[in-house]
Design a binder for this molecule. Sequence first.
Ligand code: UD1
Ligand code: CA
Length: 462
Amino acid sequence: MKTYALLLAAGKGTRMRTDMPKCAYPILKKPMIEYSIERLENSLVDEICVVVGHKREVLMDLLGDRVQYVVQEEQLGTGHAVLCAEDLLKNKPGKTIILPGDMPLIETKLINKILNAHDDMGNDLTLVSTLYDNPKGYGRISRDKYGNVCSIVEDADLTDTQKQIKEVNTGVYVINNDILFDCLKEIKINEKKGEYYLTDIVSVMKRRFKIGLFLVRNSILMMGINDLYQISIAEKHLRVEINKWHMLNGVSIINPETVTIGHDVEIHPGAVINPNTTITGNSVIEADTIIGPNTEIHESTIKKNAQVKHSLVYDSEVGEFSTVGPFAHLRNHAVIGDHNRIGNFVEVKNSKIGSKTKASHLSYIGDAEVGDRVNFGCGSVTVNYDGVNKHKTIIGSDVFIGCNVNMVAPINISDNVFIAAGSTVTEDIPAGALTIARSRQINKDDYAKNLVKPQIDEKKAL
Ligand code: UD1
Ligand code: CA
């Protein structure tokens, strides 16, 4: 018998007040729903199905064929959302764990414990509850005087006495497939909201079936996200956990409260992460690197012994012993080889740079292929855009580019070339050439006195 997971992600997420469907909203730059999908993939669950509806194309784009989909055309409540999976699950023997798509902190170990508890207790339905000091917004578990569950009461429907209840419904349930859909059909519409509440399945089942409760002690793991403030709480929790994990693994993080590391980032022991640094996506930071302060790295690899300070690195790679920054910007597949220097106010875009090359100040290198031991003088620029198309600059090895040189692409500069400062080069340069592409200087002897000089008011100047 198989175990299925059904994730509910069709809702509008009205309380978020954003255009994006709630379950796609990023936490540490990773869509919320991907956290729970990943945990389910690693769990005892055999097949994962997601109920999509509002802006479904966004979620389907994100998740691709990692999961199966069920469409809920109209958002008629959580009970109705599960009912939409009838064709997919009804005749499949086994059990289904139902989870809300807005629960990014749940962990694989806990999912497995809940599934095992369902079997061990021989339940038809297992409810998962937890305790909150401030349970506002959650459905509450209402028990009879013997402690048996009688119903789940939604926050809006609580009586004053029920408002004291601290045990909440987490929105996670395990139920056997053979009874799920018949019971769902008995749920009546909630007149006030015009929705079918999945929580009402408890009242439907309580006389005929065995309902068990699984209480989660670490309540933060079951947090449901309804608004942007709760996003910030979940993000903080993840950030603290992720930083701690890296530190215990041998990564030095200075002032960790200011450092944000994404869930999928790989950092090797021996790396040092300085304050105000954000590393996200599938980035890899190798050993003995120094990253930050004030640095953002996304989807990039920083190889052993490299340093990146006060800089942005997006979708790029920095080779061993290379230094980047301060105030550099690498983006769109900038591949920097080993022992390079990318210095102050240098931008590198979609370019490949060999080794021991230096661009120390104020350069733009775009759509270029650069060899080894090239020196980019201060202010030298690849002129890659003609207003319509982007063109390529190819620079060989051992090339010296003087200050303020424009290399108008497409252009090919061969090995061992020397380009004089201030040149605007528009034609290919053969190997070994000295290129001067600027007008010659004229000095008019004794002429300066004929020019009108600006009058300087000493007082004003001060
Ligand atoms: C729900 C529970 C509440 C519980 C809380 C836990 C109900 C009626 N209430 O409330 O008892 O304490 O979760 O976090 O179930 N969804 C659909 N289709 C719909 C409506 C919702 O797919 O028609 C999805 C949403 O996208 C969301 C999930 O179901 O991922 C939960 O919906 P939400 O509106 O967040 O429910 P809560 O009000 O938080
Ligand atoms: Ca919710």
